[in-house]
Design a protein around this ligand. Structure first.
Ligand code: GDP
Ligand code: IMO
Ligand code: MG
Length: 421
């Protein structure tokens, strides 16, 4: 048995939460492999909208196991609040949620460090969600972080204080007030709350499950273009968001990766700073934002919007080894006379069709135009119901990428999903 992967091919917010929720009935186990509460994964069913930050998006299905893998960074306060909210709508987290002992903890001082580093950057801010993600992963690599499994050890407080002392030295150097006492109090309360939940050695658990032929879906957070190695560095997050992150973030060998489901919006969005060649600053951009309700699930910030970038999409497909595509938010394009897709960039008078080393704002997109459609597609149930122009758009994407489109999403609700292949 192999583990399937679902991950974002753009700058995040592609609709991963919704699609994982839709696909969960096909799997026994859903496992998050990287990122932390910088993620906001939205699910909608029975007129309830739910945003998850750390918990895998399979949690609203009875009897499905949801694992927070070792590659994830956890803020106990945020996880506790998520658990409480999910329990209110009937999710059974006491039996269905499993937490890897090796997942790293985001400390209250990591949140303050995020702020301190961003302030230093003046005009070059990353636009971080300020959830402490970068500093937590930094400490993991520096080998001074604490893991959630440590909360059961006798020397947990010693470990915590040792890392905090290190952070205080950084604050001093930056002349930054890193005090976060109120949050620290909540943090320790949340640690006590979490002790009641199930902690596992998830790498062992997952490999045994695969040997027992149990089906697993790995859920990505953020998107490929935010990957620490391959994204638009330095405007990226601090983990490997690509399919290789599944191996390190869950402890499975590359031989055990099965289908790689790449999810992408029918256009592009980005939150935070960094290059975005197809970004629209005009009426069309505002229409995409309005129609797609493009405001961040985690921070509420307006998302930057633009046309689909085929150059970036092909790069993402290559990096992840995508076997099937899932296109979301097709309904948001309804009403446009024409739909544009960037197939190359102009830079310094030269035309290129690949991602250059430096992805700058100077890249001028070269567009192909396709006919749009006017009808509302949010109630369409099968491919035959879709306007011919949209069916042609799907075909165009398949020809350009060489990958088949498996699902099309036409609205935020679970039921607004069309199986294509
Ligand atoms: P994620 O981070 O990839 O899980 O995506 P987010 O939840 O942050 O952002 C996607 C947003 O689009 C959420 O508000 C979803 O409810 C919504 N959404 C998902 N699929 C569709 C779709 O096909 N059409 C529309 N209109 N909204 C969608
Ligand atoms: P999901 O899983 C969209 C962006 C931030 C910022 C950069 C670094 O919901 O798709 P960080 O907090 O990691 O230091 O932020 O990455 N970012 C996201 N953008 N969706 C996300 O997650 C994101 N997580 C981080 O806006 O530009
Ligand atoms: Mg999101």
């Amino acid at each position: 048995m192999k583990i399937d992967v679902l991950l974002g091919l753009q700058w995040g917010d592609e609709g991963k939460g919704k699609i994982v929720d839709v696909l969960t009935p096909k799997y026994e186990i859903i496992a998050r492999f990287q990122g932390g509460p910088n993620a906001g994964h939205t699910l909608e069913f029975n007129n309830i909208k739910h945003v998850l930050h750390t918990i895998p998006s399979g949690i609203f299905h009875e009897d499905k196991m949801n694992i927070i893998g070792n590659g994830v960074v956890i803020d106990p306060v945020i996880l506790m609040n998520e658990i409480i909210e999910a329990e209110k709508v009937g999710a059974n987290l006491r039996s269905n949620l499993y937490i890897s002992r090796k997942a790293q903890l985001i400390m209250p001082s990591h949140r303050m460090l995020d702020k301190a580093y961003e302030e230093q950057k003046a005009d070059n801010k990353i636009g971080s969600t300020l959830k402490g993600i970068g500093p937590a992963y930094t400490d993991k690599t520096a080998r001074i972080a604490i893991r959630i499994g440590d909360i059961f050890l006798d020397d947990f407080i010693l470990k915590y204080n040792s890392t905090k002392t290190h952070h205080n030295k950084i604050f001093k150097g930056y002349e930054f007030d890193g005090n976060n006492d109120d949050y620290e109090q909540k943090w320790f309360k949340a640690i006590e709350f979490l002790k009641e939940f199930q902690f596992i050695d998830s790498e062992k658990f997952i490999n045994e499950a695969l040997n027992e032929k149990r089906s697993i879906l790995a859920e990505g957070a953020q998107g490929t273009l935010l990957d620490i190695d391959f994204g638009s560095y330095p405007f990226v997050t601090s983990s490997n968001t690509t399919s290789s992150g599944v191996c390190t973030g869950l402890g499975v060998s590359p031989h055990k990766i099965g289908a790689v489901l790449g999810i992408c919006k029918a256009y592009c969005t980005r939150v935070g700073s960094g290059p975005f060649p197809t970004e629209l600053h005009d009426e069309d951009g505002q229409t995409l934002r309005d129609n797609g309700n493009e405001y961040g699930s985690t921070t509420g910030r307006p998302r930057r919007c633009g046309w689909l970038d085929m150059v970036a999409l092909k790069y993402s497909i290559m990096l992840n080894g995508v076997t099937k595509l899932i296109i979301t938010k097709a309904d948001v394009l309804s009403g446009f006379d024409t739909i544009k897709v960037a197939v190359g960039y102009k830079i310094n008078g030269e035309v290129i069709d690949y991602m250059p080393y430096e992805m700058t704002d100077k890249l001028e997109p070269i567009y192909e135009e396709l006919p749009g459609w006017k009808s509302d597609i949010t109630n369409c149930k099968k491919i035959e119901d879709l306007p011919v122009e949209l069916r042609n758009y799907i075909k165009y994407l398949e020809v350009q990428t060489g990958v088949k489109v498996k699902y099309l999403s036409v609205g935020p609700d679970r039921t607004q999903t069309i199986k294509i292949k």
